[in-house]
Ligand binder design. Sequence first.
Ligand SMILES: [Zn+2]
Length: 123
Amino acid sequence: MRIRKLRDSGRKLSLGAKYLERTERDHDRARLAANPLRAQYGTARWQRLRWSILVRDGQQCRICGLVETDTSKLVADHIQPHRGDEALFWDASNLQCLCKPCHDKVKQREEVRARRTAREGGG
Ligand SMILES: [Zn+2]
């Protein structure tokens, strides 16, 4: 049992970067399949909407109040997760300007909550 485990992990290591690259791509594809609206993040329409949100909110994070002049460090965040709902996705009133650190914290909390809900089998 123990010997087989060691051999398996050795094989994974020897596959190296190519292996990692492939799983990352597969992961992206899986995410896109689960949520087709993700593709919209690359469109000019989304870029325009995102920009309008950052300007509307004065490039200020709605959680911590940080004013960030570098817009690459700001995120137009969906307040209510759109979960593939196009109306929610494009609704400016469902968007808020967040700094990246706050955005990542919010998303982490949401994921933990989603996992817990799934485990307990109810909302
Ligand atoms: Zn913030």
